[in-house]
Design a protein around this ligand. Sequence first.
Ligand code: GLA
Length: 397
Amino acid sequence: MIHREHLTRKFVEIFGNREMRCFRAPGRVNLIGEHTDYNGGFVLPMAIDREAAIAASIRNDRKICVFTVNLDEMAEFDLDNEWAGKKGFWLNYIEGVARILERKNIKLQGVDMLVWSDVPAGAGLSSSAALETAVGLTLTQMSNQTVDLVTLAKIGQQTEHEFAGAKVGIMDQFVSANAKAGHALLLDCRSLDYEHLRLDTTDTAVVICDTNVKHDLATSEYNTRREECEQAVERLKDYLPDIRQLRDVSITDLEKYSDKIPEVIRRRARHVVTENQRTLKAADALKQGDLAGFGRLMWDSHKSLRDDYEVSCRELDILVDIALRLDGVLGARMTGGGFGGSTVNLVKREHLEQFKEEMQSEYLRLTDIKPTILVSDAGEGASEITEVQSSKSEPLL
Ligand code: GLA
């Protein structure tokens, strides 16, 4: 987490001593339910205790001026001018949110913002969703506009589609906006109904292992997977006319009609359909406090992502294979879009130190890359950062 006093001190350094308010939104790790969100299915992520934090002060024009501490760079845009359309520019994540809000007739005022994030970029922990959600909350609150958190999540998702070219689902922004500390979030990505499920990490830790690689394929393959799922639905509709998305297909139906669809498409569909089942089972296991059962579903999820959906990579598989051999590990799987990024592991606390040591040395030995290991409690969704803050986490500085 980023402490308010560090954030405000930095703001004063850059923009001068002004009246300001601070906001934050967390990154996430998905426990199970991968590549199901854009198929109308179920996901079970939690917020992590890393976040994008913003200090902001009102201007008396319609300019949004942003300083990013992470890149040590300043950039600005004017709400009254058109988007310059500069592809791949970090400001797009911020400008996108602002433009979409305005398009929805939510009139914004100009602000100066200092943005600071400790969500590692490229680690599959949704650093961009954290930023979009924090920006949405900041811009609306600073303009005295009330926009509910579900709408803010949808605006973040739309920003990815239009301003970053990634046809992502709703999971990342949704959990960043609506998570509850100490809980995982079970989300029905079609209805957007959700439930907070208590996640007791007293004896078992959620451990994130970052491969520290991100393969170029990530965005293009992601969009391809989405199309493959749509193709599966188109084919299956000939036999199951009532289906809209893979969410509506049962395992039995898929097996029954599997020879009607091409092999690759069939495997993609099989991942999604079985992953939905696993996610609902995992939610039940969590409700019963059965983390061992939950862990078994995580292994199965990884195999399905690796073999049927083909979004894993050598480094992710190595991390999962190492975890499989270590004591006290209840489950491990790749998390997020894939092609690099992180794994999520459930590790008994009494084995945690040994887990970290072995993971570090084995992964380094096999890949020549140092992994980054992060233990995180389930964090709180987007909020204003008030003067009084309490957290068990270590401050950044
Ligand atoms: C990325 C996307 C999400 C989701 C996951 C895969 O994180 O942003 O919407 O599709 O991949 O589960």
